[in-house]
Write a protein that binds this ligand. Sequence first.
Ligand code: ADP
Ligand code: MG
Length: 514
Amino acid sequence: NFAERSEEQVSGAKVIAQALKTQDVEYVFGIVGIPVTEIAIAAQQLGIKYIGMRNEQAACYAASAIGYLTGRPGVCLVVSGPGLIHALGGMANANMNCWPLLVIGGSPERNQETMGAFQEFPQAVRSSIYGRPGACYVDIPADFVNLQVNVSSIKHVERCMSPPISMAETSAVCTAASVIKNAKQPLLIIGKGAAYAHAEESIQKLVEQYKLPFLPTPMGKGVVPDNHPYCVGAARSRALQFADVIVLFGARLNWILHFGLPPRYQPDVKFIQVDICAEELGNNVKPAVTLLGDINAVTKQELASKKSLPMNYYTVFYHVQEQLPRDCFVVSEGANTMDIGRTVLQNYLPRHRLDAGTFGTMGVGLGFAIAAAMVAKDRSPGQRVICVEGDSAFGFSGMEVETICRYNLPIILLVVNNNGIYQGFDTDTWKEMLKFQDAASVVPPMCLLPNSHYEQVMTAFGGKGYFVQTPEELQKSLRQSLADTAKPSLINIMIEPQATRKTQDFHWLTRSNM
Ligand code: ADP
Ligand code: MG
């Protein structure tokens, strides 16, 4: 600690060594000579281990492996000129491996201009471990090493913080979950990026929850143990060749993975790429989904989204809101459907929202939608009516769908279907319930028939009907319905039958009939 000895003199070498210590550098590999010898000695005096090697190349390989193993950069210390040139192999290798590394080289004495070189340390450490990890070179002029400076003139720099953790886009996480869920032969490829990210615990959970066969790359081995029942390492070629969905966790589609191309892969295999480096996404193949972010964080996001299938109200309205035309009419009725929908779906124009109103009336929705559609047709052609109905609410006047089709009105009906009023049961519970008893004796009054295909009411009259269970299907059917201006459509959106609104902070809002 220099702080209390401000009038004292200290050498550049010691300042450098202290800066390394502050950055939690534990190991320095290198070959000393003019002008870096003093740096190695000073480092040792501060408790940093110095390992003298026989060639800078090996020293640099060693230092880069420290970076991979510990997440803080290892240091390679070299002399100027040839020393640095020999280290280049190790630097290139670290960069290609995406491993953090700090190479410190000596250089001839500075020319006149001052460089503020000591301040370069935190910057170098930061760029070696932030974003995609890689090699960093710090050049230290010879006269800096032996220069004596006043301790008080040293600017103290703090340890560079661990990299911030980035997460992927929520909609991409949902899409990835449904692509994986709908895969026939999914395969997870675990690369050394996953190892570096310390994502072992979350990836193993994902493997087990989704029952995903996985293939480790050479250095991805051990993230999930090789003897795990879902490891397909022994059948590598076949696994690659027959997979229809491949999730890449910190592995690049380079030569090691045959560039992701046929004949080693199905021509239409869907890749889901998870990487911290945006530039890596879309290399060699066009991925079905890209998840830009830290592998551990993204894996946790996937685990959380798995739980939200079947969808809940919030997932549904999130995706609806994303595509809602700004000028559309929103008509809505239902209990939770109307309440939660109102908080998420945005209105930008006056008189463009119609719902159960003052009297809290169910059954008004389709009539209102027809009226809005007539006005839209006559006053601003092209404008759409989005009618968001609970499954029970829809039932009150569902036959008006025939009217909608008869007049070919620009209405998109969304039935948010939870098999009941407020809440319903899933098919299994329903069957279980009816095993020994008559429906009228046991079925709770708020339950409706589970898995009802309300979209067929629309197809019965020539409109378009969609039955959707995943965010991906919802996005797609909504996109198609909005694009199809020739026909009305009904999207029957299955959600978790027991889904409710988020826990409210105010106790007076928790009663289910609110
Ligand atoms: P392998 O050789 O095992 O296939 P690669 O070196 O090809 O692995 O790929 C590693 C990938 O991991 C790189 O694209 C890198 O950007 C990425 N990566 C490194 N650290 C992280 C992290 N914390 N989160 C996400 N991706 C990461
Ligand atoms: Mg790779």
